[in-house]
Design a protein around this ligand. Structure first.
Ligand code: TLP
Length: 343
């Protein structure tokens, strides 16, 4: 039986060429800043994103969470979308580790607006928590890989500047947004004080994210990385995979987007599927199933019995993600199985 694993782009396995690059990596002790490959990666990502400094971290969660801590004080309020990864899928770390309170707003497809943010800023009064940070997510995972409109990002950044509030981006899949829109990483990152970018999703590495920002911010982030157990010594082996991904995998993201689109277009007309094609903007497809026809759990189980794997994202909701290990053949096979089960 064929297997097409569309559960997540985190499932990619390093290719043999990537493993060779890892094998050849020069290494040193990164806690002392002495790993030449990590240093090279940090310099390259800082340059690519137009920021003064960068820090290699173990995961997207660690990148976001050390950023939250480095920007805030305990008791601060962090304004973000109610469907954001930081609010939903990071194990409550912001409260647990940074001691902040999250203020989630009802965004549309993961997009909170300047007006929404402005409406919840706290006055300076001892009764209130103090607003400490705004976080956005681009592309937005739970909304289905959707792209944050750049004009809205700029409007929020302007408000943040006026209020003296830092602005962080969960850019786990910012690469995808940049490839899909042609807006450069530099342009996308300019409005933000910090950005976390992941390599272990569509970029196909086994481990690794990078946080970028000012020198002073990265110095604070370095402290929290150590505190969060992210000082990984000879991590150049992992950074070599990230450098390889920048050279060879970044340009392939457009293929993931094309495949997601073709899967979405093929399954959208099937009975029982509710899929808004407008929301398929990068490599993620979110769709609902008609509960009168089938439950999401049942469809996922039946697909799985034929080797097509996806995740449920609620009682009616299913997510499929394309990535390096999913070929055109795999998409064709997945479409055949959908047709077999739903026609
Ligand atoms: N997302 C994972 C799951 O946690 C849901 C996935 O399969 O998509 N930000 C965003 C927007 C993410 O989608 C993820 C991972 C992270 C941060 C966290 O990255 P890791 O898993 O490296 O901690």
């Amino acid at each position: 039986m064929k297997t097409v694993d569309l559960r997540s782009d985190t499932l990619t396995r390093p290719t043999s060429a990537m493993r060779e690059a890892m094998l050849a990596a020069e290494v040193g002790d990164d806690v002392f800043g002495e790993d030449p490959t990590i240093n090279r990666l940090q310099e390259r990502v800082a340059e690519l994103t137009g920021k003064a400094a960068a820090l290699f971290v173990t995961s997207g969660t660690q990148g976001n969470q050390i950023s939250v801590n480095a920007h805030t004080r305990p008791g601060h309020e962090v304004i973000l979308d109610e469907n954001s990864h930081i609010f939903n899928y990071e194990s409550g770390a912001a409260a647990m580790l940074a001691g902040v309170q999250l203020h989630p707003l009802p965004g549309q497809l993961g997009v909170i607006t300047r007006d929404q943010v402005e409406a919840v800023l706290r006055p300076t009064d001892d009764h209130y928590p103090q607003s400490g940070l705004i976080c956005l997510e681009n592309t937005h995972n739970r909304a289905g890989g959707t792209i944050y409109p750049f004009a809205e990002i700029q409007a929020i950044a302007e408000l943040a500047r006026q209020q003296g509030l830092p602005l962080h981006l969960d850019g786990a899949r910012l690469w995808n947004a940049s490839v899909a829109t042609g807006i450069s990483l530099k342009e996308y990152c300019r409005p933000f004080d910090s950005v976390s970018l992941c390599f272990s999703k569509g970029m196909g590495t086994p481990v690794g994210s990078v946080v970028v920002g000012s020198k002073a911010f990265i110095q604070r982030a370095h402290f929290y990385r150590k505190a969060y157990g992210g000082g990984i010594r000879q991590g150049g082996i992992l950074a070599a995979a990230c450098l390889y991904a920048l050279d060879y995998h970044l340009p392939l993201l457009a293929e993931d987007h094309r495949r997601a689109r073709s899967l979405a277009e093929a399954i959208a007309p099937l009975p029982g599927i509710r899929l808004e094609l407008d929301t398929v903007q990068t490599n993620i497809i979110m769709f609902d199933v008609d509960p009168a026809k089938i439950a999401a759990d049942d469809l996922v189980r039946q697909l799985g019995e034929h080797g097509v794997h996806m995740f449920t994202f609620g009682p009616r909701r299913i997510r499929a993600v394309t990535h390096l290990d999913v070929s055109d053949d795999g998409i064709e096979y997945a479409v055949d199985i959908f047709k077999k089960l739903l026609r």
